[in-house]
Design a protein. Structure first.
Length: 79
């Protein structure tokens, strides 16, 4: 499948597909679900659910401010 073929399936013009492929723009959730369905790519590969360390630190700091002991990120969140 070519970039142009994928653009036809996703209903995106060639110039926008180039932006998506080069990381200038982001695929929508709908785009990712379509890619998942037609190419059988696992959604965990298409949509990583890990957090970067900076984001993880900010989330943990915010949770601490809320003083909610049962609220927190899983330990497996480290990448």
């Amino acid at each position: 499948m070519t970039q142009q073929d994928l653009g036809v399936i996703l209903e995106h013009p060639k110039s926008y597909m180039s932006e998506l492929i080069n990381g200038v723009s982001q695929f929508t959730l709908k785009d990712l679900v379509i890619i998942h369905r037609i190419l059988s790519i696992n959604l965990n590969v298409l949509i990583p659910t890990y957090l970067q360390s900076e984001t993880r630190d900010k989330v943990n700091k915010s949770i601490k401010k809320l003083n909610k002991p049962k609220l927190g990120l899983r330990k497996t969140e480290v990448v």
